[in-house]
Ligand binder design. Structure first.
Ligand SMILES: [Zn+2]
Length: 431
């Protein structure tokens, strides 16, 4: 795709995220990248000017965890806790989809969800699903990102054979998917309770060999926490019924990963709601990152993730929406507010939980989780010109731009999205 001609966006406020706000400010774009930015009016020689009155320009959001392919789960009961939700509401729908039911509708759901992310200001998404459904939807919507192929290993049958099948799947994905679009490729063993060590080891080996990122749902629910180590609760009973190895059940999830020697590669762990201090230290030493999905965690009554402790331990923490089946809406504005509300409430103080920090977590820190921080996530010279403009309702002498974006913002306040300097929202824009 060719880059649009050089031009300059001028807005009431420009929020670079890793530098102070410019109000008013401008961003000059050339060859798809940010060529320069500054306060006030732009110099005359930077190209045609696009005025964005009453708007703030921010880096396009990075959604560090979503399941676009599972958008057909929207409407799965919203009043169940994690394990009954997964076992009674999600699993039957996935089983029906695997049997081939509702395929066409599921494709349409995934495309609609990918488009809604883009229209809601997201410029890069980390998609996890067992099928290319969500990846194809991203290609159709024009949304760049990473497709993490998701693996499950409890479908019955021979575990060695399942591990072999997983390896063949990765090799075939690498041959057919890599380099065919703006979508990168990674591996997602779903969780420790659905992916036995034999599959984890194969995926770890292939990630290491091919320099791929790994992502995994970790310590999400109280049921998962109780099943491992302390060995109690419904998920533990289910694992015993499935004949799970004692090696797994005797250890906390992080201990399982450590004991298997799997923490020597960059992992993107998701949720971590139940993580204890000792585990955060192990993960920080391993250089792991954590994706926080507050709306999903709170809707499923899982608790509030120890984000402050994770940051203090040294983990990189970003934000994700999780799926429509667990959140009801893919909205990073909502995730930013829930992050601030829950962390302030958990600590019973404002502490460092400012609007600026929430915006950084939805952009630069999410990019850092995915190893994308040198090219995205902030408005810096040389980075891709991936930007989102958000309508400001109040004069800036009454409420700062960052406060308005975070506390009042919503997908419906997004007025424009530019990817590599090209305006993609609204659809069919001229600049
Ligand atoms: Zn998830």
């Amino acid at each position: 795709m060719t880059s649009p001609p050089a031009h300059v966006l001028v807005a009431d406020a420009v929020l670079p995220v890793d530098a102070p706000a410019l109000a008013p400010g401008w961003v000059a774009i050339a060859e798809g990248r940010i060529a320069d930015l500054g306060p006030g009016r732009p110099p005359r020689d930077r190209g045609p000017i696009v005025e964005l009155p009453g708007q703030a320009l921010i880096p396009a959001f990075v959604n560090a965890h979503v399941h676009l392919g599972a958008s057909f789960l929207e409407g799965a009961s919203s009043d169940l806790e994690f394990w009954p939700w997964l076992a009674d509401a999600v699993q039957p729908r996935v089983a029906a989809w695997l049997r081939g039911e509702g395929r066409v509708e599921a494709e349409a759901d995934a495309v609609r969800a990918a488009e809604s992310l883009l229209e809601g200001g997201v410029g890069f998404a980390a998609e996890s699903f067992l099928d290319v459904l969500g990846r194809d939807a991203m290609v159709r919507a024009g949304l760049p990102g990473i497709f993490f192929r998701e693996f499950f290993g409890v479908s019955a049958g021979d575990l060695a054979e399942e591990a072999e099948r997983a390896a063949r799947r990765v090799e075939s994905d690498l041959a057919t998917l890599a380099g065919t679009s703006d979508i990168e490729y990674g591996l997602a063993p779903h969780a420790l309770y659905t992916c036995p060590p034999s599959i984890l080891e194969v995926l770890h080996r292939l990630a290491k060999k091919n320099d791929l990122l790994l992502t995994l749902h970790l310590e999400e629910s109280p049921e998962e926490h109780d099943a491992f180590g302390s060995q109690r609760g419904p998920l533990h009973g289910w694992l015993v019924e499935k004949g799970a190895d004692r090696f797994l059940l005797d250890r906390r999830p992080v201990q399982v990963l450590e004991s298997l020697g799997l923490l020597d590669v960059p992992w993107v762990f998701v949720h971590g709601v139940q993580l204890e201090a000792v585990d955060l230290e192990i993960l920080a030493r391993a250089g792991a990152s954590l994706v926080h999905c507050p709306s999903s965690n709170m809707r499923l009554a899982e608790g509030v993730a120890p984000v402050e402790a994770a940051l203090e331990a040294g983990l990189v923490v970003g934000l994700g929406t999780d799926s429509l089946g667990s959140t009801g809406r893919l909205d990073l504005f909502q995730e930013m507010r829930l992050l601030l509300w829950s962390q302030r409430a958990r600590a019973r103080r404002v502490g460092g939980w400012t609007a600026g920090r929430a915006l950084a977590m939805a952009t630069l820190e999410s990019a850092r989780c995915l190893g994308e921080e040198t090219t995205r996530g902030s408005l810096g010279v040389g980075k891709w010109a991936d930007l989102t403009s958000v309508a400001l309702e109040l004069p800036l002498d009454r409420a700062s731009a960052v406060d308005q974006v975070v506390w009042k913002g919503s997908p419906s306040a997004v007025r424009g999205v530019w990817l590599r300097g090209r305006r993609v929202v609204p659809r069919g824009s001229a600049s």
